[in-house]
Design a binder for this molecule. Structure first.
Ligand code: GCW
Length: 698
């Protein structure tokens, strides 16, 4: 076997310059989760033989663009790791078996790529170097799943231009709604010190096509716009540029007052506009490809244009003018007010629809997947499709604020797919509506060794990137390819893991918020059940506001008889949900108030149906725990134990959710549990006494 070594030194120098010295395919410490889905565990059997036959005599061209060099390096190290022998080197272009052309004029420059192969050569073509990097990862993904390198053909392009992570990380290292340790950003030591994790993070993001990162919390500190922070951000931007990642900042709208010495932040005040213009110029002088600003305005106490009687469009457009064609303002539609007594889920639509057509071209309005707040299940947000003259972006939450934090297994692919695939009745599915803008996910990465606090939560980061790249991918395919790269390639084991993942979110819905319930989590930290909470100053922060349960029934009437929220949807969608005979039972109590004794399609009463749902959720978690135990022979011991311990927590907490919720509903209506149901072990007062002021992420 001829193994080229000619350019290895050149590569090492280049890699050193890029800070990618630790980019080995094999993890530094085996199987502690740090390597994510990029472990590239050695192939076996036929797949190994095929790849060895193909790559055994190899060499890869070393392109001289930094991103293309990363692409070649990634592929070389990946193939090496898959072969298990660490011996492939670089050689002269004429010897290449993997041939890169990262400047093919026939291919778009947005990351698109084409891969064609024959028995002796794989040709990787892209319109720009970033396409080559994405191609390398796609090739490795295919090889990991047993694809034959001699016939491998890929032709991909990103469906959405912006594929972003939003970090709710504070500059002091605390992560709002973070369940995986502290922030990955070491602002204190930047710009002098760049943690290797920043490179590994960029690499992981690039492997799934993520191309934008908002580095700080939407509840933003103004000082992150100061010169000292721009220097820190520049160091990150420089490190991430080769990976195709642009940096964005959450901007505090009152910054001209907070740090600019102005008396106002009124967007129509020329001095304010000039301050932002100068700030943007200062940022672009340091970071020429700065992505832009993300803004949470006039929401949950954040400042905004309404403080000056101006509209969201006035505020967004002023910032958009400061950025000009250099960047984008991403303006969040997550707004609701203490003073507004209308149904909270209706307020964003009411505020934003009248502004359609008024936003500047470089403004995108970012809309949460549902109209409330990242619940285990919500219908899609009625704004999707309702602002045809505005680019709308999808916001999902990768971190599991309302789905059991890091310890509960809940694969979110099916949650996002439910929404992306939903037909808005107004010009397409949600995926089609947001395709011209993109998707943002609230990141779940933290300082924990395994990045996400639990091994399975890595899958949510992965799935988010894959869906932003291509929302048509089935959740099952994503789960399976992730598991094959992350845990094992044994087909039966993969079947089991995939099934666990696909059922996991539904299990959480059933033991936390069955039949369309929402926001019954305990207050503030959102950890554990708190359906009885009803004494908070703001009505719309109380769980009882959402479930409206009393002795007669439960559920939020959002039909024309109730809040009328249904009318915010297209007529054909609203009609389906308005009718008790046709409504999907999964949304029943979201849209309807139902009597406890009302008969369900199953023949059970609503009360019995709820008990059945909670029990089914608990049983599903028990089944996951059993299935995982049986997988022990296929999973390395350290990660197997870590997942098993989380599942044990989830088993106990699923019961807690079931018992505490049932105890509370029962206290309202006094009905007995259906015959045969497991008794509730503690009294309602016992459940109510449990407090967790120290719960993470607040
Ligand atoms: O889900 C809620 C969270 C807040 C968060 C807010 C938002 C960043 O409880 O912690 O604030 O949404 O999306 O702005």
């Amino acid at each position: 076997m001829m193994r080229g070594r000619g350019l290895v030194n050149r590569l090492a120098m280049l890699a050193g310059a890029l800070g990618v010295a630790a980019l080995a395919g094999a993890p530094v410490r085996a199987e502690d989760g740090y390597a994510l889905w990029l472990r590239h565990a050695p192939l076996e059997g036929e797949a190994l033989a095929r790849l060895d036959g193909f790559a055994g005599s190899v060499s890869i061209d070393l392109p001289d663009n930094p991103t293309a060099a990363l692409a070649a390096n990634e592929l070389r190290l990946g193939v090496d790791a898959l072969l298990g022998d660490g011996a492939i080197g670089f050689a002269e272009p004429s010897m290449a078996a993997f041939q890169f052309d990262c400047d093919d004029p026939a291919i778009a420059t947005d990351g698109a790529f084409r891969v064609t192969s024959d028995v002796s050569r794989m040709r990787i073509a892209a319109g720009a170097p970033i396409g080559c990097l994405y191609a390398s990862h796609a090739i490795l993904r295919a090889l990991e799943q047993g694809a034959d390198p001699a016939t491998l053909a890929l032709d991909e392009a990103p469906v959405m231009p912006l594929r972003m992570l939003n970090h709710w990380d504070n500059p002091d290292g605390h992560v709002e709604r973070g369940y995986a340790g502290r922030s990955i950003f070491d602002w204190w030591h930047l710009p002098e010190r760049l943690d290797q994790r920043m490179i590994d993070y960029a690499r992981a993001n690039a492997s799934v096509g993520i191309n934008g990162v908002v580095v700080n919390n939407v509840n933003a500190r103004a000082f992150m716009l100061e010169a000292r922070y721009i220097a820190k951000l520049k160091r990150l931007a420089d490190a991430w540029r080769p990976y195709g990642i642009r940096v964005y900042l959450s901007a505090r709208f009152s910054a001209p007052r907070d740090i600019g010495g102005l008396a106002t932040a009124d967007p129509l005040d020329p001095a304010v506009a000039a301050w932002w213009q100068a700030k943007a110029d200062e940022i672009y002088a340091a970071i020429p490809d700065f992505g832009g600003f993300l803004v949470k305005a006039n929401s949950e106490g954040q400042p905004g244009p309404q403080d000056y009687g101006r509209s969201h469009a006035d505020g967004a457009n002023m910032l958009a003018a400061a950025l000009g064609d250099r960047g984008t303002v991403i303006w969040r539609a997550f707004v609701y007010k203490a003073q507004d007594s209308t149904d909270r889920t209706m307020q964003a639509y009411a505020e934003f629809v009248p502004l359609d057509g008024q936003f500047a071209d470089n403004v995108i309005v970012q809309v949460k997947n549902g109209p409330l707040d990242f619940q285990p299940r919500e219908p899609f947000h009625p704004l999707f499709g309702a602002m045809p003259e505005t680019r709308l972006m999808f916001e999902g939450q990768i971190t599991k604020e309302y789905l059991g934090f890091a310890s509960h297994l809940a694969f979110l692919g099916p949650l996002w797919k439910d929404v992306l695939d939903a037909d808005t009745g107004r010009g397409g599915t949600v995926a089609q509506i947001v395709a011209p803008a993109g998707m943002a996910g609230v990141a779940n990465a933290g300082s924990d060794r395994n990045w996400t606090g639990s091994d399975f939560d890595q899958a949510n980061w992965y799935a988010f990137g894959r869906l932003a790249w291509n929302p048509a991918l089935p959740a099952e395919a994503i789960a399976r390819e992730w598991a094959a790269q992350t845990f094992t390639r044994d087909p039966q084991a993969l079947d089991t893991i995939t099934a666990m993942m696909l059922g996991s979110r539904e299990a959480v819905v059933r033991y936390m918020t069955p039949l369309g319930l929402a926001h019954v989590m305990d207050t503030g930290h959102h950890y554990g059940p708190g359906p009885w909470v009803c004494d908070l100053a703001r009505p719309d922060w109380n769980p009882c506001y959402y479930h409206r349960a009393d002795s007669e029934g439960i559920g939020f009437d959002r039909t024309a008889r109730g809040s009328g929220a249904l009318a915010q949807y297209a007529p054909q969608v609203a009609a389906r949900w308005a009718d008790l005979a046709t409504i999907d039972p999964r949304y029943l109590l979201w849209f309807h108030r139902v009597g406890w004794n009302q008969a369900m399609p199953s023949g059970r009463t609503l009360w019995a149906e709820m008990v059945h749902e909670y029990d089914a959720g608990v049983a599903a978690v028990d089944a996951m725990a059993r299935d995982w135990q049986a997988l022990a022979p296929h999973i390395d011991a350290q990660r197997h134990r870590a997942v098993a311990e989380n599942l044990a927590i989830q088993q106990a907490e699923a019961r807690w959710w079931r018992d505490a919720s049932l105890a509370y509903w029962q206290s309202l209506h006094g009905l007995a549990l259906p015959a045969g149901a497991t008794p509730i072990p503690e009294s309602l007062a016992d459940y109510q006494r449990r407090t967790f002021p120290e719960a993470p992420g607040q």
